[in-house]
Unconditional design. Structure first.
Length: 169
């Protein structure tokens, strides 16, 4: 590795750290309480209901973590695919893995959208090889009908039969 390549890698690492710091600041909770407004009434608050907020925070955090991991994985795979010093076998394997990861991410988003369309308030889905995990927001334990609905959505999109279903309040 020459000095130019080392400089490029160092610059990219600095940019990644900066992006992480910026993402942390941007994704911080938006909350305005009465004390922040000099005694005026708050007109905007995301924390009106503690249980609803914590459940929503869970789903937002899970999706954010998944998207971050997906972005990191796809960036690493793309770098390996584009690396001319890597063997053809390594690049082919990375290309296959890249396609698998991007398809899984797209399917996760499709499943979440479909579940929201089927009256689930919030959902987060993860696909790992031949297993799908789904967590939906529900005030009560899921009924057999709801479980069947979720399984049908997952099967229609992924063709995977092994589905783990859970709920959060």
């Amino acid at each position: 590795m020459n000095k130019k390549q080392a400089f490029i890698i160092a610059t990219l690492l600095v940019l990644i750290v900066c992006a992480g710091i910026l993402a942390t600041k941007v994704n911080s909770p938006l909350y305005v309480n009465g004390n922040d407004l000099g005694g005026q009434k708050s007109t905007f608050s995301l924390n009106n209901n503690k249980t609803s907020s914590s459940a929503t925070d869970f789903f937002v955090e899970q999706k954010s973590n998944r998207e971050h991991a997906n972005a990191t994985t796809t960036a690493n795979l793309k770098a390996l695919i584009d690396d001319q010093n890597a063997s053809k076998e390594q690049r082919d394997a990375a290309s296959k893995k890249y396609m698998t990861v991007t398809m899984a991410f797209q399917n996760e988003q499709k499943i979440e959208s479909s579940l929201k369309a089927k009256s689930f308030e919030e959902a987060v889905c993860t696909i790992n090889d031949d297993k799908v995990s789904v967590i939906v927001k529900s005030k009560e334990k899921l009924t057999d009908k709801q479980v069947k609905q979720i399984q049908d959505v997952v099967m229609s999109i992924t063709k995977i039969k092994d589905v783990e279903i859970d709920y959060r309040q």
